[in-house]
Design a protein around this ligand. Structure first.
Ligand SMILES: Nc1nc2c(ncn2[C@@H]2O[C@H](COP(=O)(O)OP(=O)(O)OP(=O)(O)O)[C@@H](O)[C@H]2O)c(=O)[nH]1
Ligand SMILES: [Mg+2]
Length: 182
């Protein structure tokens, strides 16, 4: 069975950029303004022959009470309910925001593995980048650059390590098996 991994976080932190990198596609639209991704968007990523389902989501604004942003927050939450693990992306250049704290609190109640992707830290001291987010109280923190690729492999490797029974592509193919007896 393929594990499902949801990518969530505030608008404009780089979720779709990471989605495209992991699915080796340009399926998700990326732009330098918030609110571009609006609903859930599914793709397939692979490590070696091990496939997984990746879900890109719209920016999660946890304090919005009406309108399209509320619907986007609902879509993000739905993606986290369907997922086996969640990558929670934050912006390592902007640092912690109150919304990040609220999202972290919501995610904690899921009781699922949560991985914090601290994005946009190319050229930034990784220890300093991480230290700003300690107060989220989430253990697994990964400084990375979705644009440049640094740190991305380590993140997805660790996420998938949690799933021992990931089906190999080859195991899924319709091979004919012969028994030679006599
Ligand atoms: N410097 C830097 N910029 C990045 C990185 N990743 C993404 N960006 C930029 O951040 C902006 C937002 O990227 P998106 O991938 O569209 O962000 P998003 O979280 O999907 O945004 P929404 O769909 O609006 O929630 C774009 O201008 C990206 O080029 C990174 O690793 N480093
Ligand atoms: Mg997006």
């Amino acid at each position: 069975m393929k594990p499902t991994i949801a990518l969530v976080g505030r608008p404009n932190v780089g979720k779709s950029t990471l989605f495209n990198r992991l699915t080796r596609s340009r399926d998700a639209l990326v732009a330098d303004f918030p609110g571009l991704t609006r609903d859930r968007h599914y793709g397939i990523g692979r490590i070696g022959h091990k496939p997984y389902i990746l879900v890109d989501t719209g920016g999660f604004e946890p304090l919005i009470e009406s309108g399209v942003m509320l619907e986007m927050a609902r879509q993000s939450e739905q993606a986290t309910y369907e997922a086996d693990a969640v990558i929670f992306m934050v912006d390592g250049r902007n640092g912690m925001t109150p919304q990040d704290r609220l999202i972290a609190n919501k995610l904690r109640t899921l009781n699922k593995p949560i991985y914090v992707a601290i994005n946009k830290v190319e050229g930034v001291d990784k220890v300093i980048a991480i230290s700003d987010f300690y107060e989220l109280g989430l253990e697994n923190m990964y400084p990375l650059s979705a644009t440049h690729g640094d740190g991305v492999h380590k993140l997805i490797d660790d996420v998938l390590r949690g799933f021992k029974n990931v089906t190999d592509d080859e195991e899924q193919s319709d091979k004919i098996t012969f028994a030679v007896i006599g």
